[in-house]
Structures are given as C-alpha cells and as structure tokens.
Design a protein. Structure first.
Length: 85
C-alpha cells in the first residue's frame, strides 16, 4: 500500500551536473503514476550546483535559488489546492 496514493506530487531534483537531476526527475515521472496521486507537470525544476547555496546553519543564502524555489512552491501550493477541490 502506497503512502502517496491519492496525494498530489511535485518533483524537484538536484545534481552537481547539468543532466543528472533531469534524468532522475524523468525516471520518477515514468514510475510514479499508478502508485501516487496526480503529478504536477509544470514547472519542471532541476537544480544544479547548490552546494554553496546554504550557510553553516542550513539557511538558504543564494538569492537566485530562493526565487526558483519560491516559484516552484507557489505553483505546487496552487496545484495542491486545485486537486483538493
């Protein structure tokens, strides 16, 4: 029994290189249908080289990454809201 069944899913990936995260996210998009709820299609978000984006306290310090994550989270919140209607 899947804990994700019926729950909205958003996929975001991270990789030190430009394509690792893309491949991982695409693989998840292929295997998750049927064992999860609806999967958000857009925006597709693939992060790279975020090792220097956080300080020693774990706080996000890279503004460009913060904007990307805010856009993703805003879109995902709207997606979840739409699914719960």
């Amino acid at each position: 029994k899947s804990s994700f069944l019926g729950k909205p899913i958003g996929i975001i990936s991270n990789s030190p290189g430009p394509l690792g995260g893309v491949n991982a996210a695409k693989s998840l998009q292929n295997i998750l249908p049927g064992i999860t709820g609806p999967i958000m299609g857009q925006p597709e978000t693939y992060l790279t080289m975020v090792g220097d984006a956080f300080n020693e306290k774990g706080e996000l310090t890279k503004e460009s990454l913060q904007k990307v994550l805010e856009q993703f989270l805003t879109a995902f919140a709207a997606f979840v809201e739409k699914q719960n209607r």
